[in-house]
Structure formats: C-alpha cells, structure tokens
Write a protein that binds this ligand. Sequence first.
Ligand code: 5RP
Length: 230
Amino acid sequence: MDARALKIEAARAALAHVEDGMRLGIGTGSTAEEFVRLLAARMREGLSIIGVPTSERTAAFCRELGVPLTTLEETPELDLTVDGADEFDPELSLVKGGGGALLREKIVAAASRRMIVIADESKAVQTLGRFPLPIEVNPFGLKATELAVRRAAEALGLAGPVTLRMTKDAPFVTDGGHFILDASFGRIPDPRALSSSLHSVPGVVEHGLFLGLAQMAVVAGAGGARTILA
Ligand code: 5RP
C-alpha cells in the first residue's frame, strides 16, 4: 500500500467510531483530510454530524466538501476528535504540530470526551523525540523565549537545535498569529517533565506534546489497520 492508501485506511477505521448526531473535533494534516473526505461521503449518505475544525486549512476543506461547522463558542463540549499525529508512543503520548495547528488541535482535543489518532505505522516510536518538537511562541521576545526554551530543556538533560519555522523568507505564522520553534532535542524520556518545563517559559503559548489526550489510535500498515488503546 502506498502512503496515501495507508492514510485512507486509518481514516476509514476511525470513521467507524463516528455516530449520528456527534459533535466532532476535526484534525489538521493530510491524514485528517482523508478522514474529512470519507466523512463527507458518509454525510451524503445520511450521516449527520457537526464539526469543529482545528485550523483554517481544515475549515476551508470542510466547507469545500460540505461538512457543517460550528465553533467551541457555540459548542464547547465535543464527543470525539479525530486527528493525525507526527509520532506516537505505546502509551499514546503524541508529538503534533508538524502542520502548525498544534494550539487549536490541543484546545479541541481537550474539549472532547475522546480523541482518536489516525496514522500509519511510520509514526510509531518507542520514545518520543524523533520528530522535532513544535513549540508555538509569541513573536514578542522571540530570542529571549528561544533561549529560555533551550535552558528549560538543558535542565532536563535535553539539547539540540531549536529553529524558527519559516515559509520562504518569512517566519511561518500560525492561525493564532504566533511563530513556531522546532526543537530537535532527540529522545524525550520524560515528556511530562518537558511539558511542564516548557509551560513555565513566558512566551511559550503551547507545545506539541499531547499527553493523556488520546484514548485510541488506529494505525494503518501493510496488514491493515490495528487499534491501540491508551
Ligand atoms: C498538524 C498536525 C498533524 O496532525 C500532523 O502533522 C500529521 O500530519 P499528516 O497527517 O499530514 O502526517 O499535528 O499540526
């Protein structure tokens, strides 16, 4: 199976958990977009849901395909969020934010009773840290925040390049108007310690460690989709 077929396979397995009338958090990224395509097709057959998108990109895609949307202001509690991940470990701790939507993704996941991760086997790791950790920061005081992030990591024995995410010649700007630092710290043996350390840095808006948020992953590989429970 090629990469796209695996994403479709994972998305299809997650769709089986979507029930009529659900309030759905809808993730961001290429795997989440396969989910939206399948969801839209099911809706044409009669399924009724309302969705909260995790990014402007997802919102636009949902509108294009006719998936009805609401906001967390109107619908602050969701039944289920389906989203991709950049990597996941056996406990379903995740790194997310490769698509730059980590802040809204985390807010939406936290507002949901359940989160299902959709991914292919290439995203599975024993220990998080293979994928650079996205850290969303306020543009004000960028250099000072970057230095504080490095120091917070160093206090935990973590070090490595921290780079400002760029698009062409300008910093990448998130839907919330922030920048993203991609931190290549390598293996993260204690994600909880790093999470609270990063949260203590003024200027850090959010980071891409999703801990205790996902209850299930449907992971597509050559032999089909397998389910992992947290
Ligand atoms: C976006 C994300 C995505 O879920 C993550 O990057 C995975 O994307 P893809 O399904 O395209 O591999 O966190 O912020």
